[in-house]
Every structure is written in structure tokens, then in C-alpha cells.
Design a protein around this ligand. Sequence first.
Ligand SMILES: Cc1cc2nc3c(=O)[nH]c(=O)nc-3n(C[C@H](O)[C@H](O)[C@H](O)COP(=O)(O)OP(=O)(O)OC[C@H]3O[C@@H](n4cnc5c(N)ncnc54)[C@H](O)[C@@H]3O)c2cc1C
Length: 417
Amino acid sequence: MPGTTRTQVGIVGAGPAGLVLGRLLEREGIDAVVLEARSRDYVEHRLRAGVLEQGTADLLRALGVGDRMDREGLLHAGIELRFDGTGHRIPLADLTGGRHVMLYGQTEMVKDLIAARLESGAELRFEVEDVALHGLEGNAPSIGFRHEGVDHELRCDVVAGCDGFHGVSRGAVPADRLTVRSREYPFAWLGILADVAPSSEELVYTSHERGFALHSLRGPTKSRLYLQVDPGDDVEAWSDDRIWDELHLRMARDDDWVLHEGPVLEKGITPMRSFVAEPMRHGRLFLAGDAVHIVPPTGAKGLNLAVADVKVLGEALVAFLRGGDERGLDAYSATALRRVWRAEHFSWWMTSMLHQDPAAADDPFAVALQRAQLEYVCTSEAAATSLAENYVGLPWARRTLDAPMNRVPRRMREERG
Ligand SMILES: Cc1cc2nc3c(=O)[nH]c(=O)nc-3n(C[C@H](O)[C@H](O)[C@H](O)COP(=O)(O)OP(=O)(O)OC[C@H]3O[C@@H](n4cnc5c(N)ncnc54)[C@H](O)[C@@H]3O)c2cc1C
């Protein structure tokens, strides 16, 4: 075949997972090729996540791609939970020993990673077509694809499937080797990007009888706002005026807080689902990020999970490709899944606490339970700390059940003197 080449790691997909993995390997002197189906322009402007856990931000810095994030991103020490017209601040940093989240758009992070890769001369091909994975169960897998009208075969030691939920990698695993667990939610998010300065310095998560609303930000001059809508809604049915009216209704606070309106630059509806396929490995194929798990966006975990996966995978690949040590690769799926399921639970829990389930609207018991949960999180340091440590992100190496906590909770220590 005219286009037969070789690399150590073939990476399918140039989203956060594929690009961070590529950068990690490049810094360790491991050869990799990143193949992306879309154009550079499309990938760099696809509006998605914006909350980086502290560990994600620290990793980007360590990989030498954190300078612009540190200049332009916004470090946040808290979030607000709002219900019944009152805001309740969850002081994330105070509750987690000083850990923060960084508000920096996924688009910006992707731009930084692409620029760094192209500058280093490491291979990254956009607009590849007909990607197909072969020989995954042996020691010499390959990726077939078409680029600029030429058929190629990329021979690799390992393939990293980082091609998102609709990519081809997960489908390359025989169905009887994957266990899928999933949940669909009876609502979706209508998201807008507005050309107006944020109305609040921190994110505001609002629970209202008409449905959830979220105020987020993208820098000092842009606001990102979301509304819970019906998953069957057509975005065209939501005029800008209707969106602002609904945001005003749901986010109203009893004091002088004002929601600033501005031109709507973008809007779209995103379905909400939870999804995990296990294991995250099939032979020499390693799946990472949205290719293998999805969370509803309420916990701001999707992008961070993708990065956490490839941090674990990258280190395992370095040990394998440098010294033939396979232990990290063998442990990859189990290690990553522990974090994945923690994030799945947190995202489901935040979603359930803050959204209105249409099926539960006539169930006073369900409504009272939800209210009790909200009040608990806003009044108990223990409950708020649990939210905070999940939100800012748990340590990369999670405690396992065979290494139990031996700590006495702080309040009990104080009581004992
Ligand atoms: C509309 C939307 C809004 C979101 N909002 C939030 C949010 O507010 N907060 C949050 O935490 N998370 C959010 N997420 C989730 C978050 O953006 C994802 O979890 C994150 O992008 C996962 O990164 P990834 O690299 O695994 O996958 P992706 O970002 O999906 O990247 C996969 C890449 O693979 C490419 N690809 C696909 N098929 C092929 C192929 N056959 N060959 C080659 N390349 C291919 C795709 O074009 C893409 O560039 C949102 C997701 C969506 C879809």
C-alpha cells in the first residue's frame, strides 16, 4: 500500500483525550500519530465543557501547555447553589484544603494542545476518513484510513481509541466482550453563549420548580447559560427572548441580583445520559474518554475524566514501550474505572438533586426528598465537603478498599479534645 507507515501509538481522535495523550507521550519521547476526522477549525470551535479540575489544570501546566490558561482562565474557589430565591455558597477551596477549579473553555484547551503539537512537529492529521482498526487481538495492530485521497495503513504497537461517543473505536470491540451500563434522563440542556459580562463571579446552579438553570462564564466578557428543557424540544422553538425570560424566572433571587442579557452567539440542545462500557481495553486497543463513558454535564466531569484516563494510560504506555513492563497496561481498565464510576455517581447525584424529573412532579415524596438533600448540602459541612471534593476532583491515585481511612472525623476529634 502506498501509504504504509509505522508509529508506536496510533491515537484516534483529537479531542481532549487524544491530544493530552499525544502530548504526554511526546514529552516522554514516545512516537505517536493522532488521526482526527474533523477539520482543525471545527475541532477548535466546538463549544463544550469549561470547568477544569485542579488536577487537570496542574497536568496541563506540567505538560507545558498551561501558560495561556493561567493568563486567561479564571480560578474559582466556590460555587453557588440557588433555590427558593436564595443563594447558598459552597466554599470549594475552604472545604478541600485550598483546591480550586479553573474556568477555561475546552475550545481554548484544545487550541493550546493543537498548537503545541504542530509546533513540535509531532504528527497530527485532520480530516481523515474511513478509519478502521485491525489486528487488535495480536501484537501488531494497525489503523487503516484515507487522507487527501490516499489510502493509508498505520502500523502501531498500541491503538488508543480517543474518538468520542460516536467514534469507531468502541465498535471495534466485539459486542460480547463489552458490558454496557447506561441511563437516559427525561431532560436535556439548552445551552447558550452570550456576549455579555457574567452576572456572577462564580457558577450558579439553580433548582427551580420550572427546571434546572446554570449560570457559567467564559472569561470576563462572555456568559454561558443553560436551561433544563425537554429532550424532544427543537432549538428553533427557543427564541432568544424566550430563553432570557425563562432564565430570569428560574434564576431570580430575593435580593438585588441581576441577570445581565446580551446577544446570543450560539445555542444548542444536548441530551443527557450516563454510559459506561467495560472493560476499557481489548487486546492492544485502549479506550479513553467519551469513547467509553459519558456523564451528564451537571458535575462538570466529562472533560476531566477524559484527561484522567489518559494520564493513567500515558504512564502505563511509557513503562510498556520503554521497558516492556505490562503491569500498568494490565491495570489500566480497573484503575480508570474506579474513578469513572465515582464520577458517574457524582454526576448522577448532582443531576438528580438539581433537576425536575417530569415523572416525579406529582410525587410529593420525591419532591420532599430532593428538597431535604439540597438543604443538607447547604447546611452540613460534611455534606458540602463531599460535594466539594468531588467537584474539584479526587486525587489521581484513589484510595482503595484495602487501604481504608483510619481518620477520626474532625468534629469527633475536637469533641474528644
Ligand atoms: C454538546 C456538548 C456539551 C458538553 N458540555 C460539557 C460541559 O459543560 N461540561 C463537561 O464537563 N463536559 C461537557 N461535555 C463533555 C465533554 O466535552 C467531553 O466529555 C469531552 O469532550 C471528552 O473528550 P474526548 O477527547 O474523550 O472526546 P471528544 O471531545 O468527543 O473528542 C473525540 C474526537 O474524536 C474525533 N473522531 C470521532 N470519530 C472519529 C473517527 N472515526 N476517526 C478519527 N477521529 C474521530 C472527533 O471529531 C473528536 O474530535 C459536553 C459534550 C458535548 C457533546
